[in-house]
Design a protein around this ligand. Structure first.
Ligand code: OFO
Length: 169
């Protein structure tokens, strides 16, 4: 049986993961509008991943005999100044999520909840990857500056991203 305090914090994280999904879907829609279908595709896959992250916690709470409580998902931002600022916002968001996972781990340690500590280990590792993947794209944007041809190439590369991988490689 999961402790109430841990259950509440994990339920909040389900909401945060679904918000991440929503945010990235909103970014996908923005990129579609900018005719950057590769960036849009990358964000759509990110949307799927975030939904999976939420559902993993959903399943965990149920498996531990807890009660899932779904809450309102905040409206995500819909417009960005440029493709670069959208990816920068995604990077900042991932750093925020990493902070949240660290806080969950702190709580699990405080409560001596060993199974939740083990469960959260996957998220800690995943966040290293999540931050690195977005940061790599932000760096590519910085390198190409206003070069339209480079933008075209990067968009094409991002279109190659496969489900389960973070980049276009
Ligand atoms: Fe769920 O990792 Fe991104 O937010």
């Amino acid at each position: 049986m999961i402790l109430e305090k841990m259950e509440k914090a994990l339920n909040d994280q389900i909401n945060a993961e679904f918000f991440s999904a929503y945010l990235y879907l909103s970014m996908a829609a923005y990129f579609e509008d900018q005719n950057l279908s590769g960036c849009a595709h990358w964000m759509e896959l990110q949307y799927n991943e975030e939904s999976e992250h939420a559902m993993k916690i959903y399943k965990y709470i149920n498996d531990r005999g807890g009660r899932v409580q779904l809450n309102v998902i905040e409206t995500p931002q819909a417009q960005w100044k440029s493709p670069l600022t959208a990816f920068e916002a995604a990077y900042k968001h991932e750093q925020y999520i990493t902070g949240r996972i660290n806080d969950l781990m702190k709580l699990a340690l405080e409560l001596n909840d060993f199974t939740t500590q083990s469960f959260l280990q996957w998220y800690l590792n995943e966040q290293v990857e999540e931050e690195a993947n977005v940061d790599e794209i932000v760096q590519s944007f910085h390198m190409m500056g206003n070069d339209k041809r480079a933008m075209f190439m990067l968009d094409r590369e991002l279109k190659q991203r496969q489900a389960g991988s973070g980049s276009g490689d």
